[in-house]
Design a protein. Structure first.
Length: 224
């Protein structure tokens, strides 16, 4: 009786060992790798590095904005410091920083988040003046058939701007320019054109970055 039982146990152990050994192990899989992004042309890389400094800039500025397709013109104003920024266009106010908010002066109310869709009507977004345009510039520089970047300077609001454009064939579909602090002072592309109308470097007044109105959970005032 003992011998048949022992044989059965040995056979079961062998079967389990064989079946376990046949299973693929995720531990044996090789490391997952992703292709590194192609290096940017030196002129674009240098421009991007300088534009990154806009996140630490302190200034007050306004831009003349034209949304080209609809021919919609507006004025956008920004007050900024390393702690955040406050953007005003029409009766829309957007606050960036520790207490983000989207507000309407006509409603004297805010919601506690940035609503990019509210800015879309004007052809801009909350970081149009800082790091926002950089991704489009990177994509343009990495596009097949992109030519050697063209650098230049221009004046806006009494400030000398450094500019870069990436040609496609013989055309320059988009031009981007920054102030010495890295703030985008001029952008011209097929969708929108904006240019500095005023610019002052320095810390904003106390309270300039505060949320201007009470926060509410009822966001119906944004759909009006």
């Amino acid at each position: 009786m003992l011998r048949p039982l022992l044989a059965a146990l040995v056979a079961g152990a062998l079967l389990a060992a064989c079946s376990g050994g046949d299973r693929p192990s995720t531990d044996d899989a090789g490391p997952t790798t992703t292709a590194a992004p192609a290096p940017l042309p030196p002129a674009v890389e240098s421009f991007v590095d300088r534009a990154a400094g806009s996140e630490d800039a302190s200034f007050e500025a306004s831009w003349d904005v034209l949304r080209k397709l609809e021919g919609v013109g507006s004025t956008a104003s920004v007050v900024a410091s390393p702690d955040g920024a406050r953007l005003t266009v029409g009766d829309l106010v957007v606050v960036l920083g520790e207490r983000p908010a989207t507000c309407r002066t006509s409603a004297r109310a805010c919601v506690d988040e940035v609503r990019e869709d509210q800015l879309a009507a004007f052809g801009i977004f909350s970081t149009f003046w800082s790091t926002g345009p950089l991704e489009a510039l990177r994509v343009a520089a990495d596009r097949d058939g992109a030519g050697e970047p063209v650098t230049s300077t221009r004046q806006a609001a009494g400030v000398t701007l450094e500019c870069v454009a990436v040609p496609v064939g013989t055309a320059l579909p988009a031009t981007s320019c920054i102030t010495p602090e890295g703030v985008f002072g001029f952008v011209d592309n097929p969708a929108v054109r904006y240019e500095l109308a005023s610019y002052r470097v320095g810390l904003p007044p106390a309270g300039a970055l505060d949320v201007p109105y009470p926060i509410t959970e009822d966001d119906s005032f944004l759909s009006g």
